[in-house]
Every structure is written in structure tokens, then in C-alpha cells.
Ligand binder design. Structure first.
Ligand code: GLY
Length: 379
């Protein structure tokens, strides 16, 4: 079974359109795209580009991307930041904005985000505010950013009040997802990004979930299955974003597994040595399905199937697997209550009636969650 239809041959990228009217753009998915990125980016019509990257990714790919852009006659500067979540800060934003201005990037020019989610979010936000908005291109270098954060236009930084609380919707003009860049990604990061791939099947595409069960080894090994998985994830995300760009409704479905996942990230103090985002999401997906089953909404067999697949790829699925512990039920509830999806004291969850049948469930009583978590913690 193949999931892609827009591919001309094995060397041409899969193109996933994001039809957002005057903000429409393409996501290109394929191996080796970074080498031809200059041609594709130059086609957007800029004269100069500021590449924003970090100290891990920059040394690997910034010179190839710079050469590819310069070969098309673009003036290029490279802005390099420290890696890690701490870079999504006001201080880094100021640094990037000033560096972009110093490089004389004009309204018609481009910011190019070369990195994972942190760089994409920060560079995208800088592009949204410098000169009241310049265009930007995402060149995501992690699986997580290729299938999630580079698509859909959410940009931003963290505040002392929480993650991603300062930002803007600013759609990229192009996304170039070079899947060969994932060959050197640590296995743990690959698995963590894969949790978001699985999520798209669980939201509304049981066929894609079954495809993941059958093809995940190829995704990890870097075969054509990897391109198919990234492209299908981008199609799924694009479809939701086109329906609800600013998250007034359906876009919240993309938070399947994230209410529990964010709480675990908070409890582990965002310490990536203990838990990375995708691992929190994996546990959160398993919990969301078991919670749905415990509420009588979803067959337990589906929850078991979700857990079995996540376990097969080496992802955690239980609270007991959080290194250093997941805290008490009260601490978990407290962390969830501080999540931005709380409205009027009630918790909003994304629950499921089965694999591929997720829905937004507002007004879930804290007592139901407490009862469920008490069982999970003692399991
Ligand atoms: N990562 C969720 C969203 O883009 O809405």
C-alpha cells in the first residue's frame, strides 16, 4: 500500500499543498532536498536570506544551504543560537531580530529556519515581527519538526508563565523536509517524533495507523516509508490547519495525548534527560485511549492496540516509566489544570471512540480524571 500520490519518480519530492488562500504554501518531502533548496527558495523571489540555526545543526548543514542559496544569487547571513528549549526566550528573540535587521533583510526577503522545533518557533516568530512581518521558510531537521511544528504557522517563545505563551500565527512560505537529515538523528529523538506520526492515525485515520503498524521499521530505517509517513502526517496536519487555522475548534484535535503529556513534561521540569516532548505525548496517547476506555467510550482492545504499537517502537506508555517518577495524582491534576486548555475550571480532553475516532471533550470533571489517574499510578 502506498500513501502518496503526488510523486513523479523516486527522486522528485512529494508535494503536500497547504491551501490557505493568500497564505497558501507547499511542503516538500524527500531525501536530499537540502542540496536543491537554493533553487526552490530562490523561486520565492527574494534577494537575501537570513538562515537561523543552532550550534548542533548549523555546523552540519548551514554551509550546504548557504552555498545552495548563494549559487542562486541570494545574499546570505547565518545566525547561530545555542541548542535547546532555553533558546525560545525574549533574549534570543531580541538577538535574532537585531541580527536580521543588521543583515538588511527587507520585507521582500526571507528568514530561513534551519533546525528543529525550537529554531522553527523562534525564527518564525522573529519573521512575524521584524518589519511587521517578513516571509520565512522552514527547513526542519528533526522528525518532530518535520511532522508537526514546521507546519501550520504556530510560532513563538516561552515566558516565565509557561511554554509558547508569547507568539503569533505566521505561516511559512515554503517547508522543505529533507528526510535524509533524519539519518543522523539519535534514536530517542526519532522515536519521540514518531509519537506525533502515530497521533495522526489515532485522530481520524485508522488506515494510516494500520499502515504505521505494518511499516514503522521502514520509517526508522530511512526507506521510502519514511517519506510516506512524513508526507501523510503533513497532509493530516494541513487538513486540520486549513479547517481551523487559529485553533478556534478542530485544531485542538492535534492535542490528542498532549494534556497528559504536557503535565508530565511540567512535572519533570522540562528536563530532557528525563522526558522529551514526544515521550510525554506517547504516554499521553496511551493514557487518552485508556481513559476513553475507562469512561466506556472506546473499546479496551483499541487502547491495547495503541499501547502495543507504541511499545513495539520503544516508546513509553505508562506513568511508571517516567524517569524519577511522575509525581502524585494531585500534582498531575495541578499540572493539567495549569495547561492552557482548561476552561472555566473543567478540563478539556481529546478522547476517542476508537482508533481514528477522536473528538474534543470539554467539561471533563476533575473527579473522573482523579479516579482514572489513581488507578494508573497504582497499576
Ligand atoms: N502542534 C499543534 C498545532 O500546531 O496546533
Amino acid at each position: 500500500m502506498t500513501l502518496s500520490s503526488a510523486r513523479m519518480d523516486s527522486h522528485s519530492p512529494i508535494t503536500v499543498p497547504v491551501p490557505l488562500g493568500d497564505r497558501a504554501y507547499d511542503i516538500l518531502v524527500g531525501r536530499g532536498l537540502i542540496e536543491s533548496a537554493g533553487t526552490r527558495i530562490a523561486a520565492l523571489g527574494a534577494r537575501a536570506a537570513a538562515i537561523v540555526t543552532d550550534e548542533h545543526v548549523g555546523p552540519l548543514y548551514a554551509s550546504a544551504l548557504t552555498a545552495s542559496l548563494e549559487a542562486q544569487g541570494l545574499r546570505v547571513c547565518v545566525i547561530t543560537l545555542p541548542p535547546g528549549e532555553a533558546t525560545k526566550s525574549y533574549a534570543s528573540l531580541e538577538w535574532v531580530c537585531d541580527a536580521v535587521l543588521a543583515a538588511k533583510i527587507e520585507r521582500g526577503d526571507l528568514v530561513v529556519a534551519l533546525g528543529g522545533g525550537v529554531i522553527g518557533d523562534l525564527a518564525g516568530f522573529a519573521a512575524a515581527v521584524v518589519r511587521r512581518g517578513v516571509r520565512f521558510v522552514q527547513v526542519p531537521t528533526s522528525l518532530l519538526s518535520q511532522v508537526d511544528s514546521s507546519v501550520g504557522g504556530k510560532t513563538g517563545i516561552n515566558s516565565r508563565h509557561g511554554k509558547n505563551l508569547v507568539g503569533a500565527f505566521h505561516q511559512p512560505s515554503l517547508v522543505i523536509a529533507d528526510t535524509a537529515l533524519l539519518d543522523t538523528l539519535p534514536l530517542r529523538e526519532m522515536r519521540a517524533g514518531y509519537a506525533e506520526v502515530v497521533k495522526y492515525g489515532l485522530i481520524d485515520d485508522a488506515r494510516f495507523f494500520a499502515w504505521c503498524e505494518a511499516n514503522w521499521q521502514g520509517v526508522f530505517a530511512g526507506g521510502h516509508e519514511r517519506d510516506e509517513a512524513v508526507a501523510q502526517s503533513c497532509r493530516a496536519k494541513a487538513a486540520v490547519v486549513v479547517r481551523d487555522e487559529h485553533e478556534n475548534g478542530d485544531r485542538a484535535l492535534l492535542n490528542l495525548g498532549h494534556t497528559f503529556g504536557h503535565a508530565l513534561e511540567k512535572i519533570t521540569a522540562y528536563d530532557s534527560a528525563r522526558l522529551v516532548h514526544g515521550e510525554g505525548v506517547a504516554i499521553g496517547l496511551a493514557l487518552a485511549f485508556r481513559f476513553s476506555a475507562s469512561l466506556g467510550l472506546c473499546p479496551m482492545a483499541d487502547a491495547e492496540r495503541v499501547e502495543a504499537h507504541l511499545k513495539a517502537v520503544g516508546l513509553p506508555t505508562r506513568l511508571s516509566q517516567v524517569p524519577g517518577g511522575c509525581g502524585t495524582v494531585d500534582e498531575l491534576l495541578d499540572a493539567m489544570a495549569q495547561d492552557k486548555k482548561v476552561k472555566g475550571g473543567a478540563l478539556t480532553f481529546i478522547l476517542a471512540r476508537g482508533i481514528g475516532q477522536s473528538f474534543i471533550a470539554p467539561g471533563i470533571a476533575a473527579d473522573e480524571v482523579r479516579r482514572f489517574l489513581t488507578g494508573e499510578i497504582s497499576a
